[in-house]
Ligand binder design. Sequence first.
Ligand code: PLP
Length: 410
Amino acid sequence: MKLVQNRYQIDGLDVIDICEKYGSPVYVYDTSKMRYQFEKMRNAFSDVKMNICFACKALGNINILKFFQKMGSGLDAVSIQEVQLGLKAGFKPKNIIFTPNCVSIEEIQEGVRHGVRINIDNISILEQFGHLYGNTVPVGIRINPHIMAGGNSKISTGHIDSKFGISIYQLPHVLRVIETNRMKVEGLHMHTGSDILDVEVFLRGTEIMLETAKSFHELEYIDFGSGFKVPYKSDDYYTDIDLLGKDLTKLFKKFCKSYGRDLTLIFEPGKFLVSEAGFFFARVNVIKQTLATVFAGMDTGLNHLIRPMFYDAYHQIINVSNPKGKQRIYTVVGYICETDTFGWNRKINEIREGDYLVFLNAGAYCFTMASNYNGRLRPPEVMIHEGKDYLIRQRETLDDLLRNQVEVEL
Ligand SMILES: *Cc1c(COP(=O)(O)O)cnc(C)c1O
């Protein structure tokens, strides 16, 4: 988003015009930023065979999936429904990695029937898979290297108490299951959580994974998951993807040489690809001055953007209606009937009732986590692609709230 002569624009389009055209609140996605991030990542690993699999759960609109598919991305799916969406969006089955957690063997079997790559994250299912398929269907194994990472315990997945992956300490058991059932392990996978700051943490995970990989002889890929950090505050920083690319490439090449085969490196970024490409616009209904605070009350709430309340996430808030206004301190809140705060004590250009505010970093885990709580309708989604705006999801109506409800005679 750029300020041009006192008006904010995204890819040349005036954001107030967009808000007025589609109504408030509205999610807006800029594909040029997604492309930039995708290419940045691809360039950082240009020296090895590397596939990027976009993590569908971050932003699941079919148009966004198609956009990534056209750019040459694969897909990371965590449920059979995401697998089906991916197939619908045109991904080839082999370019979809199915990495569910605690799902039934029936759901895994459905994945096999679709021909997608399967990643198994517990020994019980691994055994059942082995009994069913033996060496006829290759499989990936999700390892938990017990690396503590991530900005918040809800998004850390690699620590000792985590439900994700098969512990690295259970490797002997895994190998016994593999050998007894003559299973073909084509990949190893790790995903240590979201918001990993430190390249060092990644490299530590990498070393553990490559050491583990020596115990498997038919590998085709190693999947390092994701967790790359993107800035949410203006003084936040990125995971240094170029540095990671350089260091990890070195380790990986050395490993491939001793392994005797060139393996494929896989990453599954969600946030890194789409977080900054998303903007959530909403209007201020009321300015409410209390004894201690000035509240800006919005026409949206945690039903549309839950990350601040759920993860204590920080989303920068800008008044796009008054870019030159004097800065004042506001607490920005939603209309939901429970504590529903988007930001405390934020310095924002003076807000008047009716102004449009924007929440930045609204591309990842925002719309996909929206709900109908308080009987509210979910907002529309708009995609800006090559300088044009497209409605890619309609605003819900009352019919959507009633859909699937069955009225009975009392
Ligand atoms: C959520 C998830 C990702 C994406 O994580 P980000 O932090 O959004 O990059 C990747 N892989 C798996 C298995 C996941 O569950």
